[in-house]
Design a protein around this ligand. Structure first.
Ligand code: G6P
Ligand code: MG
Length: 212
């Protein structure tokens, strides 16, 4: 890949396995409300903001709840989720991810996070990555979550690069769509969008090192 100066990583499901914690927290909420929820529904929540995720989880029952009640339900889920986050440490960073990040850093690439999560800073702190990235764009700084490209455009602008000079690494279809909508090249980690020709797919993060 030519002229690439920067790499923008999604967080949940790319740098760390917090996607499973999201699943368990949504499942606890759904069970309490008597709403069916499984891994297939959970996959639709990847890259999607907390409040939009709640609408998907509630499904047909969404109209039963007022805005205030929905905010309380989102808080309830987030409190369960945060209990899982509190148990995370640098040991939760896989060897593959660590090696890839360190090698890309040595090769001189600018590295950033582009995540819809409002818990991004806490997760980076728990993993010991609070000052590793050159820029962090997250859910606290954006109005529209993926598939809108806002978070990736913000990451690129914080790095001082154009979308053509950056690639985005994503595990979610909404994230691949967001990258493409922002004119970034996208690489899917264990993920492909509906258009099989639209992006490259890799099985593990270190496969990136062979492509760049
Ligand atoms: C990421 C995850 C989504 C999650 C969103 C908001 O994009 O992939 O599953 O819903 O962040 O996360 P938050 O931590 O703000 O609830
Ligand atoms: Mg993700």
């Amino acid at each position: 890949m030519k002229n690439i100066k920067a790499i923008i990583f999604d967080l949940d499901g790319v740098i760390c396995s917090t996607d499973h914690y999201h699943y368990m927290a949504w499942k606890a909420l759904a069970d309490r409300l008597g709403i069916y929820f499984d891994e297939v529904i959970n996959r639709k929540l990847r890259g999607v903001s907390r409040m939009e995720s709640l609408e998907i989880v509630l499904g047909d029952r969404a109209p039963e709840f007022s805005m205030e009640q929905k905010k309380a339900l989102a808080d309830e889920k987030n409190n369960i989720y945060k209990q899982y986050l509190n148990s995370m440490s640098p040991a939760d960073l896989s060897e593959d991810v660590l090696y890839t990040l360190e090698t890309l850093r040595k090769r001189g690439y600018l590295l950033a996070i582009g995540s819809s999560s409002k818990n991004t800073r806490q997760i980076l702190n728990q993993l010991g990555l609070e000052s590793f990235f050159d820029a962090v764009a997250d859910g606290t700084q954006i109005t529209h979550s993926k598939p809108n490209p806002e978070v990736f455009l913000l990451a690129a602008s914080l790095l001082g690069v154009s979308p053509e000079e950056a690639i985005v690494i994503e595990d979610a279809e909404s994230g691949i769509k967001a990258a493409e909508a922002g004119q970034f090249r996208a690489i899917g980690l264990r993920c492909k969008s509906n258009d099989p020709n639209s992006e490259i797919s890799i099985k593990r993060l270190s496969n990136l090192l062979d492509i760049l």
